[in-house]
Design a protein around this ligand. Sequence first.
Ligand SMILES: Nc1ncnc2c1ncn2[C@@H]1O[C@H](COP(=O)(O)OP(=O)(O)O)[C@@H](O)[C@H]1O
Ligand SMILES: [Mg+2]
Length: 205
Amino acid sequence: MDLTDIASSDISWHTMHVDKLSRAKQKNQKAAVLWLTGLSASGKSTIASMLERRLHSNGSHTYVLDGDNVRFGLNRDLGFSDRDRVENIRRVAEVARLMVDAGLLVIVSFISPFRVDRDAARELFDETEFIEVFVETPIAECVRRDPKGLYARALRGEIKNFTGLDSPYEVPESPEIRLDTVGHSVEKTVERVEVWLKERGFLND
Ligand SMILES: Nc1ncnc2c1ncn2[C@@H]1O[C@H](COP(=O)(O)OP(=O)(O)O)[C@@H](O)[C@H]1O
Ligand SMILES: [Mg+2]
């Protein structure tokens, strides 16, 4: 436990009788976080939603933390400045850590454009618990899809700090999974993640 940046020095960790492993075992699964990163419109939310549906219907205990949705609640006080993006990721990573501690398979779908923030998130987890999934859709295809009309607005100058346009996206260097979504159906894309998880014992029998 890193105590260097904790605001109060008058606290200490209380170890609970039931631990992460027993919680996950009760659910007949291995707990982990699937961290979906990629440009806006790359397919993160679509993949997260379909993946959760598949895992859930096969008896896994799951939760999706979606960038936009979390900004309606926990992160409603944060905007899109570099500083706020960092805090946005820090909070969701900590929530994901609590959920992994609860024994869940957590799917995080956040643009998470900065490598240093994704690496800081990874640091919160055991080595096999953090699965970085790069949703590798080229910007031209994202602009073409533009399901929420955000690129059109950003290109007209109506949205500032838009990732991929006037704010950088730092490509993951060694993600556990890369998903090429161009020319592949959502079903096929999700199936690839499922197979990956199954081969490594994350899904219950
Ligand atoms: N293989 C694929 N995987 C995910 N999305 C895809 C795929 N092929 C096409 N799409 C489309 O791309 C768009 C992705 O939008 P969305 O999931 O909201 O992106 P994000 O959450 O990354 O901003 C959707 O309209 C989806 O139907
Ligand atoms: Mg989304």
